[in-house]
Each structure stands twice: as structure tokens, then as C-alpha cells.
Design a protein around this ligand. Sequence first.
Ligand SMILES: [Zn+2]
Length: 90
Amino acid sequence: MVKITVHYLPFPDECKGTVKGICQQLSADNYLIAIDSSLPELEQLRTLAHEKAHIYCGHYDSDLPLSVLENEADEISCLMSGNKRSQPEK
Ligand SMILES: [Zn+2]
């Protein structure tokens, strides 16, 4: 079973507009996600979906290019939130 811990905290100003969420693999089945709490609620939800997509799609064990992984995670987050695609997450 995968363990995912999520923290919501305001990101530094230098991250605004570029980084909305961060995910770190702590061990094989243990991940830590940080979401920028200054984002609107829907954007926080989409960012969480994006970061979880990286985990559940196996991106941490993938050799695919980063652009492919980011696009896949963004598509999944858009499907989950029912919104059109906007800016890809980092
Ligand atoms: Zn991403």
C-alpha cells in the first residue's frame, strides 16, 4: 500500500507562477507531497491530482522524458477535475 502524506503551505514568492506542488519519493511506497496553500482551492485540488498521477502512473520508476511524464500527469489531473487543460504542472 502506498503511503502519501500531503502538506499545504505557502510557497516562497520566487516559486509563484512556476511551482504549484512538489512530490518527493521518501522510499519505495512512501511519498511526501507539498501543495502551495496560497493557490485557489480548485487549483490546489488539481495540483494534488497531478502529483498523485505521477505516483500512481509509476513516473518515479520511468525512463520516459520529463515532458511526457508532465503531460500525462496534467492530462489525468484535468480528467479528474473536469476542467480543460491549462498550464502543465512542474
Ligand atoms: Zn509534474
